[in-house]
Structure formats: C-alpha cells, structure tokens
Design a binder for this molecule. Structure first.
Ligand code: SAH
Length: 253
C-alpha cells in the first residue's frame, strides 16, 4: 500500500474559509499531525488518529508525518492559513531534503489555504491592491539585524508590508521597534491595520496611523498591514473607512 502526505492549509478562521480540496484531503487521511490548537479546528472523524504537537517542533513534526506516510499511511499535516506561508510546507521540504532517499519518492501534496494577510485585507478594502511584501517579525530563525534590514529595504522601496508573528511573550519589544523603524521611511499618516483572530469568534480589526501605532495593540493572533506612502482611506458615512492602495504607482520610488 502506498502512503501519502498532504500538507493542508486550514485557512485563518472557521470552516467557511476551508477550501473544498483541503476538506477532501482531511477526510481522506487516517492520521492527522499539527500544532494542537490547529488540530482542534478539524472536525473529528471515526478511525482517524491525531498527533498534536507543540508549536516549536516543526521539523520534528514534519519528520514524524513523513515517517508514517512512508509506512503506507494516509497522513495530513495541518497549518493555519496557507501551509506555504511561515508554516509547515517549508519544514516538510527541509525534512525531505535532509531525510532518507525513500522520502523523495513519496506522494506529497500541498493544499493551499487563505493566508492571514488576505483575510485581514478583505476586512478593510484593498490595502494589498498594489505591490506588497510579507515579513515574519519572529527572530527565532533569523537575527533581529536581518529583520531591520528587510524592513528598511521594503518600506524604503514603497512596498505595503504584511507583518506576521508580530509579538509573543518571548518577543515583547520587537513590534514597537518595528514601528519606530518604519517611521523613518513613511509619513506619520500612513494607515496601519491590526487584524486579530480574523474569521474567528473573537475577531477584532482596528485602524491606526503609523504615528499612533503601538506595539501593545497586538498579540500572537494578530496580522498587521502597514500601508505605503500611497495607501489611503475612503471615508464613509456611518461605516468604517475603506483602506486601499491604488493600482497605479506614483512616479518616484
Ligand atoms: N500559515 C499562516 C501563518 C502562520 S504564522 C497563514 O498563512 O496565515 C502565525 C501568524 O499568522 C500569527 O502570528 C498572525 O500574525 C497570523 N495569523 C494567523 N491566523 C490569523 C488570523 N485568523 N487573524 C490574524 N492573523 C492571523
């Protein structure tokens, strides 16, 4: 019997944002791997084993999933959002690159999901309507100096920024420093969107200017979009403003 590993994106919120292909891959699996709270979002199916793990053990989790698939099982490894965005798909590729030759012959599928920045953007309009880039503020796997260099380069070049992993208990000051850094490149009025737990019951979306943006407004479940100098607001009577980045770049940067 030949095994299979599906690396499945759950989307950022509830089942409405789960792609039909992802749902089918979960239904087909006889063993599920993933970070505990993400696995909890997958409805129970009879006969399906669950292997929850800690958030930090990504490579080990990928190796365990591959090992079981190599023994002939149908395995699904889940990520929140899209598995290719700061998540398990790269860990699986790393594990295959370093692992036994047999893993290279395995049937491995990557099933996309809606990533957090798209869900947050959709709540406010079109902040990612022109060129943008995504950065993780976690300095677990890169140095803080590298992060600052990338913030400078991206903001300096006129990209809108989507910031993943903005803050955690172990990283309390990085987000405040990030806003400080970005103020060197961008106007004080640049719109900043804080999208917390978007698509879930405790969702909260707030808007600030870069001048007032504060590191304490975010937690681990927050995705932040910092506009470019071109990003603007459309005021609406009795409704929150729309945030958008026009499709045409201004001539300069
Ligand atoms: N693979 C995921 C990202 C994993 S990194 C994806 O594609 O979305 C974890 C970070 O994603 C969090 O720190 C937060 O910045 C963001 N995130 C994940 N789910 C979110 C949600 N529902 N609302 C807002 N941000 C979210």
């Amino acid at each position: 019997m030949s095994g299979r590993l599906a690396v499945v994106g759950l989307g950022p919120g509830d089942a409405r944002w789960l792609a039909p292909e992802a749902d089918a891959a979960l239904a087909l699996a006889d063993a599920l791997f993933g970070y505990g709270p993400y696995l909890d979002r997958v409805p129970a199916r009879p006969g399906q084993e669950r292997h929850p793990s800690d958030n930090r053990e990504e490579l080990l989790r990928a190796q365990e999933a591959l090992e079981l698939a190599a023994r002939g099982r149908k395995v699904a490894l889940v990520s929140a959002g899209d598995p290719g965005v700061f998540a398990m798909a790269a860990a699986v590729c790393e594990a295959i690159a370093q692992g036994p030759d047999a893993w290279r012959a395995l049937d491995v599928a990557f099933v996309p999901g809606i990533t957090a920045m798209l869900a947050v953007a959709a709540r406010v309009g079109a902040p990612l309507g022109h060129d943008f880039c995504a950065l993780s503020l976690s300095d677990n796997l890169k140095t803080w100096a590298t992060i600052e260099q990338r913030l400078d380069a991206a903001a300096g070049a006129g990209f809108v920024l989507a910031l993943y992993n903005p803050i955690s208990r172990a990283r309390p000051w990085q987000l405040g420093k990030t806003f400080e850094r970005l103020r060197r490149h961008l106007p004080a009025a640049t719109p900043v969107v804080f999208g917390r737990a978007v698509g879930r019951a405790d969702e909260r979306v707030t808007l600030a200017t870069l001048a007032e943006a504060d590191g304490v407004e975010a937690d681990m479940a927050t995705l932040i979009i910092v506009g470019s100098a071109a990003t603007r607001l459309v005021a609406r009577p009795g409704l929150p403003p729309l945030v958008y980045t026009p499709r045409a770049a201004e001539t300069s940067t």
